[in-house]
Design a protein around this ligand. Structure first.
Ligand code: SAM
Length: 250
């Protein structure tokens, strides 16, 4: 999966704008050392630093990290994969917004988070939960299947239920203090192209092996199909369902 930092910050800034609420839950304190896992273009890393904590931003995309370093040259950003990273530090908290559903090796990522926390350290995370963007996924897959792409599946996302994710965390040695699965319809930025922009940024893997004309036809058909359902008051609304987690390393 390729992350395009320009497209992300221009069209999908709502991701980190919503993430500001998760920073409130984290409540970073001066003197704490915090890991921002999947920091992207760094806006929330900077918000954590602004509150006086020391923070390391980690991300698997060099394009996103280049943007983060350009925007916030005084902050510490590092390249690494959630499922395998190794850092020398042990953190007071791990923060992660809109990233863990991209990590299908969920147990490996949870194990790494646990290892990098000090005893008693906290994990504060939000990710897509079960059913997230279900109407968009169903429409795109339906249109692909109709055109003969019978194997198409959204295999790169992991949208767990509370029970599933909490059980994984408990098995890894976390005490789950809060787990919420809630609907958060999300207005997409561009009133005209918002749905197409979203699919092109986050769902580009739908179109691996799909020719340009089929891709254009699928995007047009998905827009037509979903307009009566997800286009309201002049805006595209994505059917987000989020999982919010606060857990403590035992
Ligand atoms: C939707 S962005 C969220 C970025 C940031 N947390 C925010 O709120 O703006 C998801 C980020 O997860 C990163 N990511 C995806 N898979 C990852 C992995 N396996 N390890 C580390 N980062 C990953 C992507 O590179 C991207 O920057």
């Amino acid at each position: 999966m390729q992350w395009n930092a320009d497209f992300y910050t221009q069209k999908h800034a709502f991701v980190f704008e919503y993430g500001a609420g998760l920073v409130e839950v984290l409540a970073p304190q001066p003197g704490e050392l915090i890991l921002d896992l999947g920091c992207g273009s760094g806006e929330l890393t900077a918000e954590i630093a602004r509150r006086g904590a020391a923070v390391v931003g980690l991300d698997a995309s060099s394009d996103m990290l280049a943007r983060a370093r350009q925007q916030f040259p005084d902050l510490d950003f590092r390249l690494g994969d959630a499922a395998s990273f190794e850092l020398p530090e042990r953190f007071d908290a791990v923060f992660s917004n809109a990233t863990l559903h991209w990590v299908t090796a969920a147990d490996a990522a949870i194990r790494q988070l646990h290892r990098h926390l000090r005893p008693g350290g906290r994990l504060v995370a939000e990710l897509g939960g079960q059913g997230n963007v279900g109407q968009i996924v169903a429409a795109v897959l339906g249109q692909l299947h109709r055109r003969g792409y019978a194997q198409a599946a959204a295999h790169w996302w992991y949208f767990p239920s509370v029970g599933e994710y909490a059980a994984r965390l408990e098995r890894a040695g976390f005490r789950v203090r809060l787990a919420q699965h809630f609907d958060r319809e999300t207005a997409l930025t561009d009133p005209e192209t918002g749905l197409t922009d979203w699919i092109e940024q986050f769902g580009q893997q739908f179109f691996v092996g799909v020719g340009a004309s089929d891709r254009a036809a699928v995007l047009a058909a998905v827009n037509d199909e979903l307009r009566p359902v997800l286009f309201r008051a002049g805006q595209w609304m994505a059917d987000y369902k989020r999982l919010r987690i606060v857990a403590e390393k035992c």
